[in-house]
Design a protein around this ligand. Sequence first.
Ligand SMILES: Cc1cc2nc3c(=O)[nH]c(=O)nc-3n(C[C@H](O)[C@H](O)[C@H](O)COP(=O)(O)OP(=O)(O)OC[C@H]3O[C@@H](n4cnc5c(N)ncnc54)[C@H](O)[C@@H]3O)c2cc1C
Length: 438
Amino acid sequence: MRVLVLGAGIIGVSTAWYLRKEGHEVTVVDRQADAALETSFANGAQISVSFCEPWASADAPLKVLKWLARDDSPLLFRPKFDPQQWRWGLSFLMQCSDSAFERNVRQLVALGRYSHESLKSLVAETGIEYQRLERGILHFFSTQRDLELGAAGAELMRRYGVDRQVLSREEVLNVEPSLAVFGPQIAGGTYTASDESGDARVFTQALVRRCQALGVKFLFDHDIEALLAAGGRVESARVIDRRSGQASVLKADAFVGALGSYTAPLLRPLGVALNIYPAKGYSATLRLKHPERASTVSLLDDSRKIAISRLGNHIRIAGTAELAGFDTRLDTPTARVRCEALVRRYEELFPGVADTSQPNYWTGLRPSTPTNIPYIGRTRLPNLWVNAGHGTLGWTHGAGSGRALAELISGRRPALDFGFLEGAGCAPVPARSHRVAA
Ligand SMILES: Cc1cc2nc3c(=O)[nH]c(=O)nc-3n(C[C@H](O)[C@H](O)[C@H](O)COP(=O)(O)OP(=O)(O)OC[C@H]3O[C@@H](n4cnc5c(N)ncnc54)[C@H](O)[C@@H]3O)c2cc1C
């Protein structure tokens, strides 16, 4: 079958890889000059199978209200006259209960496990190198109260078979000795040894080269303007070559929407109503002056909700979320405050370890759903498939999402308990969390 994959982020490229492995003829289209130049470019680098709790929880509404006025808050909601934003916000509120939280965690863990296994096999097969560190993820807390909440979260995750240990301050420092200077301000932590970190952009771009070697075609520098449907099926994608300005039409037997946050607006005219909203995040990448004093375990700093990952001789600090539409500017006052807060916090934790004079700032739009569960599966148009809405976990869930969708397109049911998007011809699914408008 000829499959056109729309979008060359971690999700689109992983999908292309597994589709090719299934024997399909695959073309990938993206507006950028290479893969992973948008949200998959400089994220927190964590393969975070075990730390996968969604933002929507019973105590989230109160926290978000408290943070409304703070430019440097971890989650910032900027109300706009945007029906999509309000629809998303209301759905998010409906997920803020203990029962919804548990239901969502169950699916996120299932997809995470499947994805981790898929990633490990893919890496073993291809030998791709991407600054991978298999040192686990350590979540540290600054107050006893937060540590107790973290311990309760660890207890919940253990129910799903996630081995998250609760650590005292001394144990935290044993796992990551480079935290010693900040040590007196740490109350304790939780740790999962099986999680990993690595550079999503480097991985994705290397996977493109492996895909090309297998015959996958990549059409970069092409804007996808619209999908053209007739007789209840998608017939083609209208694209414009950014360099020549020339328009053309690409035909295929099946189409996969893997455009991150931009999947929802592209599919909306076809009556496919995906509840994906962009959540703007930031990262700062710093060169290490003293690599020997920097962390190698990937970290989560609970008080600031930021991730810190080692990437060779650099350190990546990433986090915060702003629900303010499709805005990727780095030169706004809010962006400056948020970026500078990342560097300032790193300096508090690891004084003098990195060169903070030339931070490499970046921003990206997490394709967020109210549940944090992505849409994977078939839409109401039988040859239009979706792999989008991976929110905070697209790198973690990339390989597994790509593999699962390739299996579905090939007529097989992936071996995991997950609420795949239903469409005519799909196998019945066990967990149901999303609906596409009729
Ligand atoms: C600050 C931050 C930290 C994060 N940290 C982590 C982490 O530690 N671990 C983790 O698992 N996840 C993390 N994430 C989430 C992860 O980065 C995303 O979920 C993931 O990158 C989404 O991948 P994607 O392929 O869906 O989207 P993208 O990477 O954005 O890919 C979509 C592609 O579609 C293309 N495109 C869009 N519209 C069009 C169009 N009209 N025409 C042509 N091409 C188009 C874009 O150019 C892009 O290449 C983080 C995100 C942020 C913002």
